[in-house]
Design a binder for this molecule. Structure first.
Ligand code: ADP
Ligand code: ADP
Length: 226
């Protein structure tokens, strides 16, 4: 139900620069798609168009079979995690994770149930009553993911979510991210410039260069036929 389809999508910025050119990409329901390429190749622009944070200049975007070009981010049923995630420092982990649901006027018992469930998936149950300042970088990153997943979005969009972590933690979190994505089974697009990350995390890898999609393959196929 929540496939993501980009059909001949182009992004032209105000100065005429084409950051994404005629992008065709089909992401299946539940699939973990990596978008990789060097800095400036248009990855974030592509992701931001899916999120609704950038207008699409040409082409169509479908989420769950519906054209969403003109829908606001909040009406696209997606959740995003960025590298510069900001948790609310005065709130506990539980309050951080439940905040979006509270804003949406979901009732307290339901919020508790959803936060407890997400905390279990993210291995945060022990930390629910703590403040972000008292958590490790990896735990904070998981809270940021938790905040996104409690809303049970149709799609999960991540832009270099691990790039602020130190090298050791980054490697640990790769395994975590794969495990979490698999247990949620949520359609995911994950942007990175890191080739190792690209080859180890997802179901398929889309390689971009200078605004153009070069190749879409499984990590194994890419490894054998780069
Ligand atoms: P606007 O033109 O809509 O006011 P800004 O100039 O504030 O937008 O830029 C919005 C974002 O895009 C900022 O994060 C900015 O750093 C980035 N940005 C703007 N122009 C460029 C560019 N030519 N190359 C890369 N990033 C840019
Ligand atoms: P990546 O995520 O692959 O590093 P981006 O999508 O951020 O690449 O940027 C792709 C290209 O678009 C870059 O050449 C960048 O300079 C340009 N760009 C990004 N934002 C803007 C903007 N607001 N205005 C003009 N050009 C931009």
């Amino acid at each position: 139900m929540s496939s993501i389809k980009l059909k001949d999508v182009t992004k032209r910025y105000g100065d005429g620069y084409e950051a994404v050119k005629h992008l065709d990409l089909d992401i299946e329901d539940g699939e973990f798609m990596i978008l990789v390429g060097p800095s400036g190749c248009g990855k974030s622009t592509a992701l931001r168009m899916v999120a609704g944070l950038e207008d699409i200049s040409e082409g169509d975007l479908e989420i769950g079979g519906r054209r969403v070009n003109d829908k606001a981010p909040k009406d696209r049923d997606i959740a995003m995690v960025f590298q510069n995630y900001a948790l609310y420092p005065h709130m506990t982990v539980r309050e951080n994770m439940g905040f979006a649901l509270k804003l949406a006027k979901v009732d307290e018992a339901e919020i508790k149930r959803k936060v407890d469930e997400a905390a279990k998936t993210l291995d945060l149950t022990e930390h629910l009553e703590r403040k972000p300042a008292n958590l490790s970088g990896g735990q904070r990153q998981r809270v940021a993911m938790g905040r996104a997943i409690v809303r049970e979005p149709a799609a999960f969009l991540m832009d270099e979510p691990l790039s602020n972590l130190d090298a050791k933690l980054r490697v640990q979190m790769r395994t975590e991210v794969s495990r979490i994505q698999q247990s949620l089974g949520v359609t995911t697009i994950y942007v990175t410039h890191d080739q190792t990350e690209a080859m180890t995390l997802g179901d398929r890898v889309a390689v971009m260069r200078a605004g153009v999609l070069q190749q879409v393959d499984t990590p194994r196929e890419l490894y054998e036929h780069p």
